[in-house]
Design a protein around this ligand. Sequence first.
Ligand code: KIV
Ligand code: ZN
Length: 539
Amino acid sequence: MSGSAVAAGSVRIFDTTLRDGEQAPGAGLTAAEKLEVARQLARLKVDVIEAGFPAASPGDFEAVRRIAQETRGGIAVAALARCRDGDPQRAVEAIRIAERPHLHVFIATSDIHLKHKLKISREQALAEAVRWVRYGREALGSDAEIEFSAEDASRTDTDFLLQIYESVVAAGASTVNIPDTVGYAIPSEFGALTKRVVDLVGRDATVSVHCHNDLGLATANTLAAVQAGARQVEVTINGLGERAGNASLEEVVMSLRTRPTQFPELVSGVQTEQITAASRLVSYLTGFAVQPNKAVVGGNAFAHESGIHQDGVIKNPLTYEIMTPQSVGLTGSQLTIGKLSGRRGLQGKLRELGHDVEGEALDALYRQAIALADAKKDVTDADLLALVEQRASEVPASVELVGWSVTSSHGGNATGSVTLTVRGEDRSAEATGNGPVDALYSAVDQALHGQLGWHPVLTHWEIKAVSAGEDAQGQVLVRCRRSSEEGPGALVVSGHGLSTNIIEASLDGYLVAVNKLHGAEINGVDVAFVGQRTAENLP
Ligand code: KIV
Ligand code: ZN
């Protein structure tokens, strides 16, 4: 077998948060944010990071290339490509520098897709699949991983599916993937399908599965496939992904760990203590909140409300906890930094929370934490994590806030004024609105329009308290596009603001979004938003 066989006794964890996860509507990330997530995935020790779809946009190409360049320690970097002239070449170009390049080519194989989407015959699909697998093998050499996916495999005629897998393995594929693209499969049938593929090509290639969650069965189908012999699972943090999402990494990995007798002698190399940090970072950067009752990473996953449960857990946690909070990186401690805490104390605390911070980044966080300790009574774990996350989405700022003021009263309009520096020049404006945030955003719009030729258009706004108490920090999430761009292809970016003053947090978030929009306009791929893809080029 070419490529690298999965070690006996292990399941290869292929994380596709940065590719399929990023296809969730509105989840797009900048190249720099993708790099932050990739670093966290490396700390989590997944086996493969699917970094993106290089042919989809210059931003995606650049993000994949940077991740391929930076990721080391035996972690493979995968890039997705359609079996279509141009795509695989672009993907190879992006991952060639990776320590372990992993090319992932796909073509739809179900009659529904062949007839209505691709408008080609089965024979043509098979020929294209073989052609581009062979290309990948020749371009990247015998050590690289070449994966082939039969899109919509679970609705494909089984005999044709087996024929195509056999042909691509003969052409050099080292992994064959069975996507349940529309989340249609049921565990027993998906397990049986996986077994047929394993029996046919399992000696020569790794069999992989990729399950979507349209019927809420993605994790169940993935686990059934592992029991049937699959040795690569394609998963995302928080189950993020197209429509109802993909199988979630944390559910699959914790199932393998918690139920070893169901998966005899099968382990993953994932550092499960990094799961909570990964979940929070992905949720923060994509702006997709994790539902409180989400398995493993939901806010209530380890909370025991009823008296009977609390009593049992106090007597012995095993009564109601099948895994410990510590095993997924929840520390349990709450009170942390005070004005007298030192840098080392902060560093230790952050390490406990899954973040290794040092040097200048630690100094800056320390200053922020101490300033926060002046503004609120207790600086909690949640406050510290919010500060760390805030830094992960920093962007170069050509528009900066100098000052603002607002008046607002019961039953009346609000009037706000702002002063900004826009590319080094001071700009002030005043506006009214139906509330303080509306008034200030209108003032920002006025100050910007003359300078940039556009102003931001707000498409989403939300706020949450980072911790309990009246003095909590407010974390604001906004999504915006440029007034000069409209329609489905328009670039939509997110911005976060964090402050104990929620008006300030609202303005900060708005200006982060403005700077991303402006950065994408002037710098192209440097800060390009990788989620800006056309519907046509999405898998
Ligand atoms: O869901 C799917 O079929 C995919 C493939 C490209 C693997 O994401
Ligand atoms: Zn998918």
